[in-house]
Structures are given as C-alpha cells and as structure tokens.
Design a protein around this ligand. Structure first.
Ligand code: ADE
Length: 220
C-alpha cells in the first residue's frame, strides 16, 4: 500500500459503513491499507478497562496513558509511524493542506477517544500531532477519524481514477476541491435555468466557464 492508516478506537465496528463506500472501498486493499485496533484488545487492565475517572475530580472518563501505550506497542513494537495523531478539539484544525500532507505519508496512526478525552500525557508523549476537525465538540473521536480517513483516501490516485476524466483534470488546479457549480436535468425547473454554456456542447467553453466559476468561488 501507498498509505497505511491505523485507527485506534473503542468502537471499531462504527467504521463498517465507511469502508463500504467510495472512495474508500475503491482504494482499500490497494493503495490504502486500513487497520482498526480496539484499545480493549490490548489493555493491560482487567475486564477490558480502558478509561478512568479524572484526577482532581469532575465528570466523565479519561482514556488512560498506559492503555494507549500498550496498544501502540502491540501494533508497532519499536517502529511507530512518524505521524501519530490524537483527535481532539484542542488540536490543529484539519484543512486541505494538512490532508495533502497526510496523504503523502507512508504510515499514519490515528487515535480517537470518547467523552472527556485523553490523559494529557498521551498527546504530549505518544503523539506527533493533535488534530481537530473543526471548532465544535463532538462526543468522541470516531466521527473525526472517519472524516480524516475519508479526506485522505480520496486524495489517493486510485480514488481519482473513479471520477470522470473531466473533473480529474480540474482537481489538481483546484486543490482537490471541485468548486464550480454542477447542474443536471431538467434544463429548466420553475423557470430556474441551467447556464447556456453547459448545454452548448463546446467543451473548451465549458472548461473556461468552470475555471472562472471556481476562481470566483474561491476568492475571499
Ligand atoms: N473529539 C471531540 N470533538 C472533536 C473535534 N472537533 N475534532 C477532533 N476530535 C474531537
């Protein structure tokens, strides 16, 4: 594989849906190897315990540092991926530039946690990056992990080959985003018309129009 993506989670089955969809389904087993690890499977604690109540009091549970260390050791021994990413609302915000950076890595580990999150020592000592998918708080890192996996998977060349050649040639220019507006049948609905140029059959004119539209839309 070109990218090995390992996700550590308490809910591996949550990823079932994602792996059956394009673009992930297309690149899985080829350019992308996705492995799901359950912290419970390698926890050194009894009864599958992975989290604990916070020192100093307060509500919620905190993912334990010894549990995450054991999971990483079981998966990698001494050869960790260069990028070990903790998903947390306190992290660097995920954007397309970071997605491109990650899609160029040979191996990535993604750590998710539930509820109150990680013991801070996990982020400080076991991770290379802390990443947030946006300025809001979710109940766990599984959705953020799926967002990251999807965004990386669709940047792999095999995922692009699935799309039409047309949008493919635009993708590089548009930084992976296809920012021009799309239309399909009917050509007129309630008097709302599809732009004439798209019905003209003139591919050069269509290309020019799309480029102009995407420039217009990207302008801040
Ligand atoms: N965990 C909870 N909220 C999150 C967010 N916005 N980004 C990443 N991980 C999270």
């Amino acid at each position: 594989p070109r990218v090995r993506l390992d996700v550590f989670t308490q809910i591996p089955h949550a990823f079932g849906w994602l792996t059956e969809q394009k673009p992930l389904a297309t690149v899985l087993g080829g350019e992308l190897e996705l492995r799901l690890f359950n912290y419970r499977g390698t926890t050194p604690l009894r009864a599958g315990q992975v989290d604990d109540s916070p020192y100093g009091g307060g509500s919620g549970m905190v993912l334990r540092v010894d549990v995450v260390a054991a999971a990483l050791e079981a998966a990698y021994g001494d050869e960790r991926p260069a990028r070990v990413i903790a998903l947390t609302p306190q992290g660097r915000q995920l954007d397309q530039a970071l997605v491109e950076e990650l899609a160029a890595e040979p191996a990535i580990a993604v750590l998710s946690s539930r509820f109150e999150g990680f013991d801070a020592r996990i982020v400080d000592h076991l991770c290379s990056d802390a990443v947030s998918i946006g300025p809001y708080v979710l109940s766990g890192g599984e959705l953020p992990a799926m967002v990251l996996v999807d965004a990386v998977a669709r940047r792999l060349p095999g995922a692009l080959a699935e799309g039409s050649g047309e949008s493919e040639s635009f993708s590089a220019d548009l930084d992976g985003g296809i920012e021009y507006p799309h239309y399909t049948r009917p050509p007129v609905f309630r008097g709302w018309e599809v732009p004439d140029v798209l019905l003209s059959g003139n591919h050069a004119a269509v290309d020019a129009w799309r480029r102009e539209q995407s420039r217009f839309r990207s302008a801040v």
